[in-house]
Design a protein around this ligand. Structure first.
Ligand SMILES: Cc1cc2nc3c(=O)[nH]c(=O)nc-3n(C[C@H](O)[C@H](O)[C@H](O)COP(=O)(O)OP(=O)(O)OC[C@H]3O[C@@H](n4cnc5c(N)ncnc54)[C@H](O)[C@@H]3O)c2cc1C
Length: 541
């Protein structure tokens, strides 16, 4: 049932078994898992079914660290949450999300990564990853490159996998959560969705050991309380710590913040366009299909390069991947020894096509036979430069890597208040020396491998030291309520329960102790499915 919280009488007490605050993909996934059980569930969402300015403006915040997106544009505050913003082209006019599981090494305690180590290995999460793939209606979510490569039309680059490996990303549709799954929840007899319901405070007993209610208010001014046996915060990686910090009536430092950890270790995936892979021969363009977004048996997939676990251990760097983007680059951007790089004329004459088509767009679509539409974008960009003597063919590099969990990289409460009189959020995103060294060193390793195999070389433009200003995030908000068995090292325990509070759980990427290089959504869904299983057991007791 859909309920407009603005119509709920002032002071109403709503009783339910489970309340989930936040209807982004985490909250929606959890609610969906509880459909049909003999329990009542309330899903509270700040926004409506469509975006509105007044609600979205509740997301304003301050950025005082490394440059970041304005916080009111970095997240969507209405039913479906940030899934509305996913923008990866998937073909047939569909937009989607990039998906990938974390690697086994991401779960390990690594001596060279302070604060690393999940309470369980990847194998524990594998069955949940399988279920998470099904949430995205992907039956074959295999990350095995062999499943997706084609030795003739889309081969793997012939690099030593002990040094440089190929990694596969999948794509999932964005509409599932705010369309398909919303309808399922709406129809379920044991579910109530409250729209325009802002959770303002988590109220507890006098020892802050048990949550008693959520205080909820609408922008129309009416207020109510939701009482439940189990409370779940699914507000995203910035808003969840904000609500805990704002819930300070009993625990004055903020609920769950006895050890001053709430909001700390904010992590993103550092994204950076920097450097080039300069191939020795234009023939490479005929062999790079695996590394472009393409459709295989109905699945959208994309390959990237990564460095092996062995290299990560030896070099003591963070996990890392890079995507390759064919382009015609001003010759002046390539270093002296690259000037002999493939000229556009040579590129044209080497391409495999029978008859020279008039438009480069046709040439490229012909080569990579890419139904996803990425080739259209690439070729439009390239067309105008083709045949010009001051351009060379190269691959631009888009790096995406892991970030060190750093307690100084954090969200705190700002002095400025929102219309509810609540402190807005302040983000201080910090990057460490290791974060930057990872991107430099990984490129050097790939460069050595490209040279050894005679494929070309990598021009490394990034220098170790301070993060360049153009390094940006991927809207991935992780780590701010991290998971650890020890209450002095984590906000939630391995069951995603807030340490010291018996009935408060967190669903979302804020519980990640570390984030690997993989986009967070698949792991978020896997963890939420795991949490759903746990709640089912608790409700049976
Ligand atoms: C442009 C863009 C592209 C992205 N691409 C990818 C990608 O390709 N792959 C990937 O893995 N990730 C991607 N992400 C990140 C991904 O979307 C997020 O990690 C994910 O949406 C987080 O889901 P969530 O449910 O935890 O939080 P959210 O999506 O933020 O949902 C939180 C929900 O809580 C509601 N809410 C907030 N405060 C309150 C309150 N006080 N009371 C009640 N309700 C409240 C919000 O309205 C929202 O609906 C992208 C993000 C963006 C913005």
């Amino acid at each position: 049932m859909l309920i407009d919280a603005r119509s709920v009488p002032e002071g109403e007490l709503i009783d339910t078994d489970v309340v989930i605050a936040g209807a982004g993909l985490a909250g929606i996934t959890l609610a969906r898992e509880l459909i049909g059980l003999d329990i009542s569930v309330c899903l509270l969402e700040s926004g409506g079914l469509q975006p509105d300015k007044a609600t979205q403006s509740l997301y304003y915040g301050q950025n005082i660290g490394h440059p970041y997106y304005p916080l009111d544009t970095a997240r969507a505050r209405f039913f479906g949450g940030s899934s509305h913003y996913w923008h990866c082209p998937m073909g047939r006019q569909r937009l989607g999300v990039r998906l990938r599981a974390l690697d086994p090494i991401d779960f390990e305690k690594r001596d060279w990564v302070p604060g690393s180590g999940w309470p369980f290995p990847k194998s524990h999460l594998d069955p949940y990853y399988e279920r998470a793939n099904r949430v995205f209606q992907i039956d074959n979510g295999s990350n095995a490159v062999g499943t997706w490569e084609n030795p003739v039309t889309a081969p793997r680059l012939p690099l030593d996998p002990d040094r440089v490996a190929t990694t596969v990303f999948h794509f999932g549709q964005r509409k599932f959560f705010f369309e398909d799954y919303r309808r399922e929840i709406e129809r379920a007899a044991n579910m109530r969705i409250y729209l325009y319901a802002n959770a303002l405070e988590v109220e507890t007993d006098e020892n802050a050991c048990r949550v008693t209610a959520l205080r909820v208010k609408t922008l129309a001014g009416n207020q109510c309380r939701v009482r439940a046996g189990i409370f779940v915060l699914a507000l995203g990686g910035i808003e969840t710590p904000r609500l805990l910090l704002l819930s300070r009536r009993v625990q004055t430092e903020g609920l769950g913040n006895r050890h001053d950890l709430v909001g700390r270790c904010f992590m993103e995936h550092p994204h950076l366009w920097s450097g080039f892979f300069v191939p020795k021969s234009p023939e490479i363009l005929n062999k790079c299909r695996l590394y472009l977004t393409r459709s295989v048996n109905g699945y959208a997939v994309m390959g990237k390069l990564t460095v092996s676990e062995k290299v990560l251990r030896k070099e003591q760097i963070l996990n890392y991947c890079v995507s390759l983007h064919p382009d015609l680059v001003p010759a002046k951007d390539l270093a002296e020894h690259s000037r002999g790089a493939v000229a556009t004329k040579e590129l044209l004459s080497s391409l495999r096509w029978k008859e020279r088509p008039s438009s480069f767009s046709r040439i490229l679509s012909d080569i990579i036979k890419d139904p996803i539409g990425a080739s259209e974008v690439i070729s439009r960009r390239l067309k105008s430069k083709l045949g010009r003597s001051d351009y060379r063919f190269a691959f631009r590099l888009n790096h995406m890597s892991e970030q060190t969990p750093d307690p100084q990289s954090r969200v705190t409460l700002a002095d400025e208040l929102d219309v509810f009189g609540q402190n807005r959020i302040c983000l201080d995103w910090r990057l460490s020396e290791l974060d930057i060294r990872t991107i430099v060193r990984a490129q050097e390793v790939i460069d050595a491998e490209m040279r050894r195999t005679g494929l070309g070389h990598v021009q490394v433009d990034l220098k170790e030291g301070k993060a360049p200003g153009q390094l940006h995030g991927g809207w991935h908000h992780m780590g701010t309520t991290r998971m650890h068995e020890d209450a002095s090292k984590g906000v939630v325990d391995p069951d995603c329960r807030v340490h010291g509070v018996s009935n408060l759980f967190i669903a979302g990427a804020s519980v990640f102790p570390t984030g690997g290089y993989a986009n967070p959504v698949l792991t978020t869904v896997a963890l939420v499915l795991r949490l759903a299983d746990h709640i089912r057991v608790l409700m049976r007791r």
